[in-house]
Ligand binder design. Structure first.
Ligand code: PLP
Length: 368
């Protein structure tokens, strides 16, 4: 089976991890700050706080934002559920906004009409690796005094007008799950230029404990253990060195797909807007007819191709419907969610494999 995504691990990654296993610190050692510094530097942000998962990064970013019960947060429905689950976890209410049909990102022009007295933040997701339009988002956020939080789980290594994701919002979160741009097994991070958020995030990550004037540990606020280990951070440092080449390899895969599938009737290829440099976390095509989607998926699976759906609209999940979401549907989101298919895309995918996948798609389309 060709999976839809997978990690790339080489000998250097393995020896970086083994070195830590033989060292005095498996966790709370020097590799964590080293990873954070490299990541912040890569993205052009002042601070990075590495944590145990992308989901933990979201949770801590929302807590550090001061989001609480009754606060409304404008968010895309086209995301992994963690983005909005963690809003629910802090008591905030996700207010869904429709997406654009060119990038499948939040439609910036539809945000303002959703702003109420209770709105506190906008959460943007750089879907499939393509950055949102942060200049417009930041303008809307400033005008209404909202925080702008980026879930850039898909877009580490991407940029907009030459500016890397990670420094384009008040706080940006990344995930290092194996299918993402780089991996630490499990892992995540929050990046920010704001010293107050930074201190808060460090505290929340580790039990709310600080050193007082005498150097003793005191707990001053609620906190947790969402630390990452030195084993993972060492892998992260090693992976980060290869991030640019990983993204280039993904972009190569995309250009192979384009060469194979461009102009084919019945299928819509994803677009990269000018000025955008996508990290291509996912390569998602859309079929012209919703009725084709299931059968095409089943056919490709029967051919050993691990296609997937990313994502059903968050509000359509049973849990969200039970909470009363999903009564209001959104035009573009509904079109997208009914017609999209994720094809395999990762740095190690070979040209022959892209050719094979494309040929299977062509065969199916010809027979239907
Ligand atoms: C992967 C992902 C997350 C969660 O990351 P984990 O590291 O798996 O917890 C959050 N948001 C989006 C959009 C993701 O793709």
């Amino acid at each position: 089976m060709i999976p839809y995504g997978r990690q790339t691990i080489d000998k250097k990654d393995i020896s970086a991890v083994v070195r830590i296993l033989r060292s005095p610190y498996l966790t709370q050692g020097p590799k964590i700050a080293e990873f954070e510094n490299s990541l912040a530097k890569y993205c052009g942000a002042k601070y990075a706080v590495a944590v145990s998962h992308g989901t933990a990064a979201l949770y801590l970013a929302y807590l550090a934002s001061g989001l609480q019960k009754g606060d409304e947060v404008i968010v895309t429905p086209n995301t992994f559920v963690a983005t909005t689950n963690m809003l629910l976890a802090v008591g905030a209410k996700p207010v869904f906004c429709d997406i654009r049909l060119d990038t499948y990102n939040l439609d910036e022009r539809q945000i303002e009409k959703l702003v109420t007295k209770k709105t506190r933040a906008i959460v943007a997701v750089d879907f499939a690796g393509q950055p949102c339009d942060y200049r417009v988002l930041a303008k809307v956020a400033r005008k209404h005094r909202l925080l702008l939080i980026a879930d850039a789980s898909h877009s580490l290594g991407a940029s907009i007008q030459g500016k890397k994701t990670g420094s384009l919002a008040d706080m940006t979160i990344f995930s290092f799950h194996p299918v993402k741009s780089i991996t630490t097994g499990e892992g995540g991070a929050v990046l920010t230029n704001n010293a107050k958020f930074y201190r808060q995030l460090l505290s929340l990550r580790s039990h709310g404990i600080h050193k007082d004037k005498d150097g003793s540990n005191v707990m001053t606020e609620m906190g947790f253990n969402y630390r990452i280990t030195d084993i993972q951070a060492a892998l992260g440092i090693s992976q980060l060195r290869k991030l640019n080449s990983f993204v280039r390899a993904r972009r190569q895969v995309v250009s192979w797909y384009k060469g194979e599938l461009r102009g084919l009737r019945g299928i819509v290829l994803p677009e990269e807007l000018s000025g955008n440099y996508s990290a291509w976390h996912l390569y998602i095509v859309r079929v012209s007819r919703p009725a084709w989607r299931g059968p095409l998926r089943d056919y490709l699976k029967s051919k050993g191709i691990g296609v997937n759906f990313h994502y059903p609209a968050v509000y359509s999940h049973p849990f969200y419907r039970k909470l009363g979401f999903g009564k209001k549907r959104f035009r573009n989101e509904e079109i997208y969610a009914r017609t999209s298919i994720t094809l395999p895309c990762y740095p190690g995918l070979k040209k022959e494999e892209v050719h094979y996948i494309s040929s299977c798609i062509k065969t199916w389309l010809q027979n239907n």
